[in-house]
Design a protein around this ligand. Structure first.
Ligand SMILES: CC(C)(COP(=O)(O)OP(=O)(O)OC[C@H]1O[C@@H](n2cnc3c(N)ncnc32)[C@H](O)[C@@H]1O)[C@@H](O)C(=O)NCCC(=O)NCCS
Ligand SMILES: Nc1ncnc2c1ncn2[C@@H]1O[C@H](COP(=O)(O)OP(=O)(O)OP(=O)(O)O)[C@@H](O)[C@H]1O
Length: 194
């Protein structure tokens, strides 16, 4: 069974994935794969440099993620272009990893996909879980975790489907407005249900 774990930026997907991983469940992390497929030498890397220019590179030729983020979280057209470059490679690697886990005895696999609904990837999973935090808590956690100003945080939040809209699309809504312990209890209950 493949579960699609999603949420909004900073609502707690990684925290939830970490808890589930401690329960022995394999996690396939789209953010992590999205970092790997843009390493120098990869096809997506070449396409990004060709489109955005060398100004988005650091001295060691790896991507300057802060710079690229400032561009794409403030420009929907450029964000779509980056998504078109990066997402196909991410999807392929996610599928490969899921196949590997299911072929080697795992009964449940979690795919942590921030843009599960935006990118219409629900066909890749059998059930969708939304890690939900209220817009106020989401903004506060994002500003604290990344040291962003309110403006920087909101530009990222507004690059995604509003978290309250995702609620209507998810099979299971797991509220993460409380403590991490409470989140852990809810996740363990979901695992027991399966
Ligand atoms: C723009 C980039 C370089 C900024 O890197 P940075 O290290 O600052 O952020 P990181 O990758 O850790 O992402 C943090 C969060 O931002 C959100 N986010 C990332 N990319 C996008 C996007 N294209 N649209 C909306 N939200 C996004 C997600 O919630 C993600 O969890 C990077 O996010 C990126 O390459 N994005 C495009 C690939 C992508 O869509 N990744 C997300 C899932 S595959
Ligand atoms: N229940 C909680 N109580 C307090 N802080 C929390 C809770 N859950 C998560 N956090 C904190 O909120 C921040 C965002 O959580 P996390 O990194 O798990 O979000 P995410 O959804 O994976 O974000 P991204 O979309 O950027 O990958 C982190 O600093 C995390 O420690």
């Amino acid at each position: 069974m493949i579960i699609g774990l999603t949420g909004g930026i900073a609502t707690g997907k990684s925290t939830a994935s970490h808890i589930l991983s401690e329960q022995g469940i394999p996690i396939i992390d789209a953010d992590l794969i999205a970092r790997e497929v843009v390493m120098p030498g990869k096809e997506a890397y070449q396409k990004i440099v060709a489109f955005f220019g060398e100004k988005i590179l650091q001295e060691d030729n790896t991507l300057n993620r802060t710079k690229l983020g400032e561009i794409i979280f403030n420009n929907a057209e450029k964000r779509l272009r980056l998504n078109e470059i990066v997402h196909p490679a991410v999807r392929e690697e996610m599928k490969n990893q899921a196949e590997h886990h299911l072929n080697t005895g795992s009964k449940i696999v979690i795919m942590d996909i921030p843009l599960l609904f935006e990118s219409k990837l629900t066909h890749m999973v059998e059930e969708t879980w939304l890690i939900y935090a209220s817009p106020e808590i989401q903004l506060k956690r994002l500003m604290e975790r990344n040291g962003y100003t309110e403006e920087q945080a909101l530009s990222r939040i507004h690059s995604q489907m509003p978290i309250d809209d995702k609620k209507a699309l998810a099979d299971v809504v797991i509220s993460n407005n409380g403590t991490k312990i409470e989140l852990e209890e809810k996740l363990i209950n979901q695992i027991k249900r399966l």
